[in-house]
Write a protein that binds this ligand. Sequence first.
Ligand code: SAH
Length: 249
Amino acid sequence: MSWRADILTIFPAMFPGPLGDSLAGKALADQKWRLNVTDIRDFGLGRHRSVDDTPFGGGAGMVMRADVVDAAIGAVAATGGKAEDDRPLIFLSPRGKPLTQARVRELAAGPGAILVCGRFEGIDQRVIEARQAEEISIGDYILSGGELAALVLLDAVIRLLPGVMGHAESGLEESFSAPLLEYPHYTRPAVWNGRAVPEMLTSGNHAAIAAWRLAQAERITQSRRPDLYNQYLDSVHAPDRFASGAHAP
Ligand code: SAH
């Protein structure tokens, strides 16, 4: 059984979108993952198949109705056979936990995911709670809908699925696998517009190259992401720190 994505959206035409191309698109054609898109509007109310209403308590914008979204989720879970559907239900939301590579790896190791895309001001809180949806954010900014966030999450997961990435090892060494940003990359020509590649990389000394890359990764992480750099220091130095007590906080 391949990894199974269900998307709930009022813009089904946005899928697979960019995931129909390149690695993910080929993997989809090869059924290394499967995609099922549900139009929430099919569960809308009345002649206009309305999915939203004005917010209780007032304020600008509209809110997606709990009854409509719940009916759509129920239909998706039912097609999988509700009892066997152990896929996580995820609501893409700027209020969610930030998406991490660790969560991406967990999702890729599981059976799939059901992704609910919000629009307008978001979804009635009661359906999020009743369905115990996991809220995930792709960053501290506001998109106009959850569709692009769902595509981002799926892209990150799909490249980790077995047989999707050309070089299995290329997933292992990159940023966020270790808590360091990646070292810089260079390819031919060796001199470009007067800029030579770092001499070390043409030395053929693999141990020295590995050490140089680690030093570069540390330098870049320290300057750009002090938060990650501190995590890295903890993970590298924690054992002897606790042994010697020399750097006790
Ligand atoms: N009023 C909300 C924003 C709604 S944006 C607020 O201020 O928090 C509309 C929809 O876009 C959301 O329901 C969500 O599904 C999606 N969305 C917006 N930004 C997102 C982000 N950073 N990560 C994931 N989903 C996001």
